[in-house]
Design a binder for this molecule. Structure first.
Ligand code: FES
Ligand SMILES: [Fe+2]
Length: 405
């Protein structure tokens, strides 16, 4: 494997691809998918010095075995935003969803407590709940076993002749659950650090800046199915380098020279100041309303967070939006955009916010889909980072390489 690494870094790009295929053939004939995964983490040589580092190998953006590895190591081990409080508004509410292939069930018990479970019956894996609604108990759609909203097995039809069967052993399998304002997160890894440990710094910072998530209510959700690997989309979010070229409208709004990305252990923050404007032109500018007569109001500055590996939080004084980035295959990504607003946010302001976001998203989709095709080209393997502008992308790739090891 060390030899493969050396060859990959010294041959021309098309030859590298041929060699890589050859490497995969050898692994496949051994029939060990797990070995292919190990191979991937071993093959990635990431320089932790941004100025010297190469970008991720192109193969990382379209390899099935790697996606399986990412699913296990990232999506099924980190805190994932899967629902909102309005999905389970009252005692007795339930809500079903899926997290990268795992069926999930969120419930609110009669005392108002939130629970998260795999939506998988302990009998023969039927769906314990379908869709969403309100119930006193949940009946599996296959043979009708009944579970309480706290997950315990209440009754199992016609199991009285079955030996050594104790209802207490067949409760729903729980997942970790946490709530932040209107957002509900789960973590499938029972050993994972608590939510507060991972999100605590972001939560504190958001609160200190005066943003109050608990007052925000759902406004709208938009799903986008994009023909690229999920990492292409995340890479793109993590740098402002492309803004002057890809987003001319946004470029006009931002003070690009001051745009910066600050990285932390498990998240990064983008600082994107709006250009100072005059009161007259403010009306024509999306973010003009956050600027007071040409003086940027520090208290009203927007915050853009990315939390490893796939969550973006865009926080404004009167609204927040979340972007959840989920793989649907190596070359397909679902991005879920949701907007939440303060009760006093005006409908017109929210419409402007969403329209502007839509314009930027369409520009990003265009470039991400083109990049996915470029990554698959035999002419390309690895590139270089702009040391000035792409520290956030490099930070992501370093975290990724570490998590997949
Ligand atoms: S699978 Fe649920 S009752 Fe049979
Ligand atoms: Fe963009």
């Amino acid at each position: 494997m060390g030899l493969v690494l050396g060859v990959r870094s010294t041959t021309s790009a098309p030859a590298q691809h041929a060699l890589f295929s050859h490497t995969c053939d050898i692994i496949c004939t051994k029939g060990l998918a797990e070995m292919a995964m190990v191979e991937h983490s071993m093959m990635l040589v990431m320089d932790d010095r941004l100025q010297w580092a190469q970008t991720l190998p192109a193969s990382w953006y379209f390899d099935e075995a790697l996606l399986q590895h990412e699913t296990q190591k990232l999506f099924h081990r980190t805190w994932q935003l899967v629902a909102k409080t309005s999905d389970v508004p009252v005692p007795g509410s339930f809500f079903t969803t899926e997290l990268v292939g795992e069926p999930l069930l969120i419930t609110r018990d009669s005392a108002g407590g939130l629970h998260g479970f795999y939506n998988v019956c302990r009998h023969r894996a039927g769906p314990v709940a379908v869709g969403c609604g309100t119930r006193k108990a949940l009946q599996c759609a296959y043979h009708g076993w009944i579970y309480g909203l706290d997950g315990h097995l209440m009754s199992a039809r016609e199991m009285d002749g079955t030996e050594n069967f104790d209802h207490a052993d067949f409760g729903l399998v729980p997942v970790q659950i946490a709530q932040w304002g209107p957002l509900i997160f789960v973590n499938l890894d029972r050993q994972a650090p608590p939510f507060e440990q991972v999100f605590g710094a972001v939560m504190t910072e958001v609160q200190e800046q005066g943003f109050d998530l608990s007052r925000m209510a759902t406004v709208e959700r938009r799903d986008y199915d994009i023909a690229c690997n999920w990492k292409v989309y995340v890479d793109n979010y993590l740098e402002g380098y492309h803004i002057p070229i890809v987003h001319p409208g946004l470029f006009q709004e931002l003070d690009y020279d001051q745009y910066e990305v600050v990285t932390y252990a498990q998240y990064s923050k983008q600082f994107a100041p709006v250009r100072p404007t005059t009161a007259q032109s403010a009306a024509d500018r999306r973010y003009g309303r956050y600027v007071d007569d040409g003086q940027a109001d520090a208290d009203a500055q927007a915050l853009y967070y990315w939390i490893f590996p796939n969550l973006m939080l865009n926080i404004y004084p009167d609204n927040i939006s979340t972007n959840v980035i989920l793989p649907r295959g190596v070359g397909r990504t679902l991005t879920i955009f949701e907007w939440f607003a303060n009760p006093e946010a005006s409908a017109e302001d929210m419409k402007q916010t969403i329209d502007f976001s839509e314009e930027i998203q369409q520009e990003d989709i265009f470039i991400c889909e083109a990049v996915q095709k470029g990554l698959a080209s035999q002419s390309y393997d690895r590139g270089r980072y702009s040391a000035k502008r792409e520290n956030g992308v490099h930070h992501f790739h370093m975290l990724l390489a570490k998590a997949l090891r």
